[in-house]
Design a protein around this ligand. Structure first.
Ligand SMILES: CC(C)(COP(=O)(O)OP(=O)(O)OC[C@H]1O[C@@H](n2cnc3c(N)ncnc32)[C@H](O)[C@@H]1OP(=O)(O)O)[C@@H](O)C(=O)NCCC(=O)NCCS
Length: 177
């Protein structure tokens, strides 16, 4: 899918393929270093390129999972996806994750990716998308709520922040049926 960013540039969202493994790892580590809003520190992203390739392959083979990249002028600038449980009792939903490079924030990429993932989820028959967001991550909380996600639960003092304080993890979901 191709669309125009708020600054006029063109952005493309596409499904990851195994050959993206190295750049996916690099992008994920960069965003983890730029932001306190992901669950992993950069040095906790330990997959090798071969393991990442296998992870992408597994996502492609899974009926309720997907991994996508957004590119601007051929440069990968965002990584996102839905991970669906393997167990049949839970296979009707999937968990959204999303990371945009800081210099590309606020250009409409996050929203476009979320729309893309929701369209995909509806097409493959998922009944809901869920995700976890930290209470100090206002940009993400606003993005998801404006897209129709609502709060379903909260884990208090769940995540250690870079400044030594603790934040809550909020569970959000959007139901389709
Ligand atoms: C959260 C994140 C994905 C948003 O991506 P983005 O491409 O900047 O989002 P968009 O430009 O599409 O913004 C969509 C909406 O989100 C909200 N939003 C985004 N950034 C915001 C900010 N800094 N302050 C307030 N609202 C914000 C707004 O409602 C915005 O709509 P608007 O621009 O029309 O007002 C991005 O900041 C990011 O990758 N952060 C680091 C990793 C992360 O937090 N991932 C999510 C973990 S749950």
């Amino acid at each position: 899918m191709t669309f125009q960013l708020k600054d006029g540039r063109t952005c493309t969202i596409r499904e990851c393929v195994e050959a993206d493994a190295e750049l996916v790892l690099k992008l994920f580590r960069t965003v983890a270093a730029e932001s306190d809003n992901l669950g992993r520190l950069p040095d906790e992203i330990k997959l090798t390129i071969e393991e990442e390739r296998e992870y992408i392959r597994a996502r492609r083979d899974s009926p309720n999972s997907i991994m996508v990249l957004a590119e601007v002028d051929g440069r990968p600038v965002a990584l996102a996806g839905v991970e669906g449980p393997k167990l049949k009792k839970f296979a009707h939903h999937g968990e959204v994750g999303m990371s945009v490079l800081r210099e590309y924030w606020r250009l409409g990429i996050g929203r476009a990716i979320l729309d893309y993932l929701e369209a995909w989820a509806r097409q493959v028959g998922l009944r809901k998308l869920c995700l976890r967001v930290y209470d100090f991550n206002e940009p993400a909380y606003r993005l998801y709520c404006s897209a129709g996600f609502t709060e379903e639960g909260r884990l208090k003092a769940d995540v250690l922040r870079a400044d030594g304080t603790y934040g809550d993890t909020i569970y959000l979901a959007k139901h389709f049926v």
